[in-house]
Design a binder for this molecule. Structure first.
Ligand SMILES: Cc1ncc(COP(=O)(O)O)c(C=O)c1O
Length: 371
């Protein structure tokens, strides 16, 4: 079976340093907010190119905490996309705000900046661009609109560790950046984890307090209401180790993507498009096909797993029906949801496994031509 993503392969490839990191924490006997988390926060902030990072419980929680830090609350509106992991929209709802969903750009699957200004109202508190599949949203016009209206930009970087836009990394441009360390992510833990990054010291302080009951120090004095959303020491230690080869992993993903690009060109298939002056880290390799479901079944028959990220846009999900505005229509979002398919990609995917995927996709294209 060829998996679409494979976090177990990452462990198998780096067993010794990961085991050593885990043993170090187990033996030290401090499991929550100790030296490993502090060191990871320093190292990760540095890696992103921001001044501060705060380790938290998950990517969803990172978004929730970031919104709380800029006082997003009941009655406020946050502009984002419907074409994203549902966690993005769930986090907005968790903060009590109303998600205002706008359409995506056809080429990059990220928020269409031209749709944002028309969605802004007096209640808009933040814009939440999602850097989907490993490619950053078009942040310059987004930052310009946010500055014009005096609102925050919260980057959803869950799928874009290390992606760059005009020389800056995901998470370093917005008011705050939010990362997930879900196991399949480019930087993945062996469970849940996340981080909020920012270069605003006051906001970093606020997130640090919110993640632990409103404490500034671990002294049981709550200065403001908070809750519990901490990155644990075991995961911080594992992530420190993994940060050491994240750059090489992203390079391996790019090499795999380049081979797919070359070998799948010319088929009746839409291939990923990369924005100029940006770098894609291929968290996912997403193609488009008018016969998507048949292609997926064809691959499944050959023991190749492919996945749809994401089959039902947020505005069409029962949980959010009627609760979200959809200014300007969602044509690109709905078209993408019907056509997209994520092919296997992860740093340890072997050449011969990728050849099998390529041959299977080509064989499907030939079948389709004959019919
Ligand atoms: C775009 C996006 N945003 C947010 C999240 C939420 O992250 P987590 O699963 O760590 O809560 C994810 C991951 O699932 C994601 O892909």
């Amino acid at each position: 079976m060829i998996l679409c993503g494979n976090p177990g392969a990452s462990y198998a490839a780096h067993r010794a340093p990961i085991d050593a990191a885990i043993a170090r924490v187990l033996e030290k006997g401090i499991y929550i907010l100790g030296d490993e988390t502090k060191a990871f926060e320093r190292e990760f902030a540095n890696w992103v190119g921001a001044d501060h990072a705060v380790g938290v419980g998950s990517g969803t929680e990172a978004l929730h905490l970031a919104m709380a830090a800029v006082d997003v609350g009941p009655g406020d509106e946050v502009i984002t996309v419907a074409h994203t992991a549902i966690a993005t929209v769930a986090a907005i709802e968790l903060s009590g705000a109303i998600p205002v969903l706008v359409d995506i750009d056809f080429d990059t699957y990220t928020i269409d900046p031209q749709k944002i200004a028309g969605a802004i109202t007096r209640r808009t508190k933040a814009i939440l661009p999602v850097h989907l599949y490993g490619q950053m949203a078009d942040l310059d016009p987004i930052m310009e609109i946010a500055q014009r209206f005096g609102i925050a930009v919260i980057e959803d970087c869950a799928q874009s560790h290390g992606a760059e836009y005009r020389g800056r990394r995901a998470g370093a441009m917005g008011t705050l950046g939010c990362f997930s360390f879900y196991p399949t992510k480019n930087l993945g833990a062996f469970g849940d984890g996340g981080a909020v990054v920012t270069s605003d010291a006051a906001l970093a302080d606020k997130v640090r307090g919110l993640r632990e009951y409103g404490w500034r120090e671990r002294n049981n004095r709550s200065l403001f209401p908070g809750w519990n959303s901490r990155l644990d020491e075991l995961h911080a230690a594992v992530l420190r180790a993994k940060l050491g080869w994240l750059h090489a992993d992203n390079r391996a993903r790019r090499i795999l993507a380049a081979r797919y690009d070359a070998e799948l060109a010319g088929l009746d298939l839409g291939l990923p498009r990369c924005r100029a002056q940006s770098s894609h880290v291929f968290h996912l390799y997403v193609v488009r096909s008018r016969a998507r479901d048949a292609l997926m079944a064809h691959l499944r028959q050959r023991n190749i797993m492919s996945t749809v990220h994401y089959p039902v846009p947020a505005h069409l999900q029962p949980a959010y029906a009627g609760r979200v505005a959809t200014p300007g229509g969602m044509a690109q979002t709905e078209k993408a949801a019907a056509e997209i398919l994520s092919l296997p990609i992860y740093p340890e995917l072997m050449d011969d496994e990728q050849s099998q995927v390529i041959e299977a996709v080509k064989a499907f294209a030939v079948d389709l031509d004959i019919k």
